[in-house]
Design a protein around this ligand. Sequence first.
Ligand SMILES: [Zn+2]
Length: 76
Amino acid sequence: MGYAYSMLIIFGSNEKKTNQGEIRRYCPVCGRETQHTRENRVMRLTLYFVPLLPLSSKSVERCNLCGHEEGARGRP
Ligand SMILES: [Zn+2]
């Protein structure tokens, strides 16, 4: 008894976004070529809000006009 509260371990995850610049490409929502922001996103496992290890990473390109997101193509 009495140990119950000391066993509380806080796991979580956070997402780190890195801006990789702007790119012009076709947006299917806007129906024309628009400015997109390319982002690299790394999902990390955290323990007590301290990042431990990366779970996944991906690059997305987000339309500056409508916010539509698509996976990055072409350049890695
Ligand atoms: Zn758009």
